[in-house]
Design a protein around this ligand. Structure first.
Ligand code: GRF
Length: 207
């Protein structure tokens, strides 16, 4: 099926474990997508290294070379254009994208966040969860809208929060679910099985 696989662009700023999970999923013969390009705003991002190791184009897009956010987003559009991605996946991408970019990619732009949204959006979600004292946390894959971690929810998975949890131990437990959820959400999108109606995302049964 490789000819008709959906081309993905993955944007990542850090270690790239979600990118790794997506690349691993793409190895399966029946996976309906492939990573066409990885873009990072950090030159030293392990995600770029991981992409290059797997023979995937990896681009460092330097925020300092761009001036303001609009210029960065324009550079991003120009970088992605030749790859013609059908879906852009944010995987630990630490820059906020401007509303023009978000609008242009509406319904084709996903993010993963390590909490059960709408709880604990933004920075340090595991710290927020521990400070709040919740007994359950988890991961959310969602479409991106103009807000911070506020777009329509595609998939969620929960994990228990234990009494002796630290940010690191909770993060590790949630990460296992992230690595399962993100490829699954991409599969559903690539198979044309996701419909957005207002804030709700409906998943069609496999024919
Ligand atoms: C993940 O926890 C993701 O949910 C969040 O940033 C982290 C990125 O981790 N948005 P990695 O770079 O994919 O390992």
């Amino acid at each position: 099926m490789s000819a008709e696989r959906l081309p993905l662009a993955v944007l990542a700023s850090g270690r790239g474990s979600n990118l790794g999970a997506i690349l691993d999923a793409c190895r399966a013969d029946d996976f309906p997508a492939r990573v066409a390009v990885v873009v990072s705003d950090r030159e030293s991002a392990a995600a770029l290294e991981r992409a290059r190791r797997e023979g995937v184009d990896a681009v460092f897009l330097d925020p300092k070379a761009c001036g303001d956010r609009a210029a960065y987003d324009d550079a991003l559009v120009a970088t992605l254009e030749p790859y013609r991605p059908g879906l852009v996946c944010l995987a630990g991408f630490m820059r906020l994208l401007g509303s023009a970019f978000v609008k242009a990619w509406a319904g084709r732009l996903m993010n993963i966040h390590p909490s059960l949204l709408p709880a604990f959006p933004g920075l340090h979600p595991h710290r927020q969860a521990l400070d709040y004292g919740v007994k359950v946390s988890g991961a959310t894959v969602h479409f991106v809208d103009d807000g911070v971690d506020s777009g329509p929810v595609i998939l969620q998975a929960s994990v228990p929060v234990r009494a002796d949890d630290t940010e690191d131990s909770l993060s590790a437990r949630v990460l296992v679910e992230e690595h399962r959820l993100y490829p699954e959400a991409i599969r559903l999108f690539a198979e044309g099985r996701l419909t957005i109606a207002g804030r709700r995302v409906f998943v069609k049964e496999k024919p």
